[in-house]
Design a protein around this ligand. Structure first.
Ligand code: UD1
Ligand code: CA
Length: 481
């Protein structure tokens, strides 16, 4: 069922800024956090508010940002900021994109403040509506206010205005209540007073923060309400803040899964992306990253030192010291240590992909095993088969990729090469070192290695005086050829 939308609520997300402090060719709001672009977290919160309109203002890296926004939230309206800089200008253009008849509350949030949750925002909206203010600012009390706009109140505590870091007086700079960059405005007041904002300030920008002073001076009620905790409104402006925010969010995600029944041996080195899901009695060992939209079923044991990206892991599977992307690992299957599962790997129940094995586009049937030192690509293996140690599928002829099809209950020898396209029938065997260039019929044994020739006494003749020759001499074995 579609959630009811609130026809009197609009959200404007500010995402046009350059993000200079990130020193990145990628737009700031597209830097990933818990496997989702920064702005994705803000859009998810906006979605939870069930606003009738969600507007996102963009400019820097416009194409990439707009594409990501519409992928994350197709119903969002993307608005382009023009050459006039500043958060005030961004909101002005956002407001202009709302239906002219829109009357209600406009929530303004920053695309670079990802940890603010919908419950806190809903509380702000409720407080705003109850007070009939023209604007309610979400503030925060912090230990270090550097860089933030300061909340300036009069002696009675009433909000007067917001002073930006670069414009504040020495006295204002000592204020520890800061502007979170999150606001609720009455649409009518915002529309009528926005044109009064100028750009006569240290940065030559139209500051949205000036709206508070403008509304206050116009005799309209304004208020600032501190957030329950300062970390909720921390902005990501540089890579240090990105890492701090990522660690904080991860700690919350890990804790959530622990309380949901997941054993996490070392929360500090375990990373779980926000779109991943874990069942009860999953066990995560140190150094594990559950990334993307990975799902892990009950009883599975993952790690140590394992990364799973967009994988599906079945019940009671075990994966150790491995790296997998877009792979399906069946119930009771075992992977690693030191396996590399590339996209299209499907390991059925009770199967095994063992040590130093790389797979790609490989469907390995129930109970089948690729235990050691192999590359298996563009391959299907039936059930109950065993692929010998050191097997390579030669799937690429330099131009095209070809398939290898292995039947059920096959036993191939160590150090085989399957030169694709090739088929190995059910129940077939191959000898050690076989280069399989043509199909093996069901039940056949394939051997194509040249017979071994022993040149007796070769070491004594050609390597006289070496330790090998001495050892051979002591053995006194004439041998047979
Ligand atoms: C802003 C506030 C500051 C507050 C802080 C909280 C202003 C003038 N200052 O400062 O009071 O303490 O946020 O994090 O608002 N943006 C646009 N268009 C622009 C400029 C910015 O859309 O022309 C967007 C940015 O992409 C960003 C948000 O607005 O998502 C805030 O911009 P940023 O430059 O990070 O402002 P701060 O200096 O952090
Ligand atoms: Ca910011």
């Amino acid at each position: 069922m579609e959630p009811m939308t609130d026809p009197r609520l609009a959200v404007i997300v500010l995402a046009a800024g350059q993000g200079t402090r990130m020193k990145s060719s990628r737009a700031k709001v597209l830097h990933p956090l818990a496997g989702v672009p920064l702005i994705g977290h803000v859009l998810a919160t906006a979605q939870e508010l069930s606003a009738a309109h969600v507007i996102v203002v963009v400019r820097h890296e416009r194409e990439a940002v707009a594409t990501a926004i519409l992928e994350l939230m197709p119903e969002a309206i993307v608005v382009d900021q023009d050459a006039t800089p500043g958060t005030g200008r961004a909101v002005e253009l956002g407001v202009a994109a709302l239906p002219s008849g829109f009357d209600g509350e406009i929530v303004v949030v920053s695309g670079d403040v990802p940890l603010l949750d919908a419950a806190t925002l809903s509380g702000l909206i409720v407080a705003h509506r109850a007070s009939a203010s023209a604007a309610t600012v979400l503030s925060a009390i912090v230990d270090d206010a550097t860089g933030y706009g300061r909340i300036v109140r009069d002696v009675s505590g009433a909000l007067l205005r917001i002073a930006e870091q670069k414009d504040a007086t020495a006295e204002e700079l000592t204020i520890l209540e800061i502007n979170s960059g999150t606001y609720v405005f009455a649409a009518s007041s915002l529309r009528s007073q926005l044109p009064r904002i100028g750009s006569d300030n240290a940065q030559g920008e139209k500051y949205l923060t000036d709206m508070i002073g403008v509304l206050q001076a116009a005799g309209l009620a304004v208020d600032a309400v501190p957030a329950p905790a300062a970390w909720m409104v921390e902005g990501v402006n540089d890579r240090v803040q990105l890492a701090v925010t990522a660690a904080r969010l991860n700690a919350m995600i890990v804790r959530g899964w622990q309380l949901a029944g997941v054993t996490v041996q070392d929360p500090a080195t375990t990373w779980i992306d926000i779109r991943s899901s874990l069942a009860e009695d999953v066990e995560l060992l140190p150094g594990t990253h559950i990334a993307g939209a990975t799902s892990v079923a009950r009883g599975a044991r993952i790690g140590p030192q394992t990364t799973l990206v967009d994988c599906e892991v079945g019940e009671n599977a075990t994966i150790s010291r491995s790296d997998a992307t877009l792979a399906v690992i069946g119930a009771g299957a075992s992977v690693g240590p030191f396996a590399f599962l590339r996209p299209g790997t499907e390991l059925a129940e009770d199967g095994k992909i063992g040590t130093f094995v790389e797979t790609k586009n490989a469907k390995i049937g129930a109970g089948s095993k690729v235990p050691h030192l192999s590359y298996i690509g563009d391959t299907t293996v039936g059930e109950g088969s065993n692929i010998g140690a050191g097997t390579i599928t030669a799937n690429y002829d330099g131009v095209n990729k070809h398939k290898t099809v292995v039947g059920s209950h096959v036993r191939t020898g160590s150090h085989n090469v399957f030169v694709a396209p090739v088929r190995i029938g059910d129940g077939a065997y191959s000898g050690a070192g076989t280069v399989i260039r043509k199909d093996i019929p069901a039940g056949a044994l394939a051997i194509n290695v040249a017979p071994q020739r022993n040149s007796l006494g070769w070491v004594a003749e050609h390597r006289a005086g070496t330790a090998a020759a001495d050892a051979a001499g002591r053995a006194g074995d004439e041998g047979t050829d």
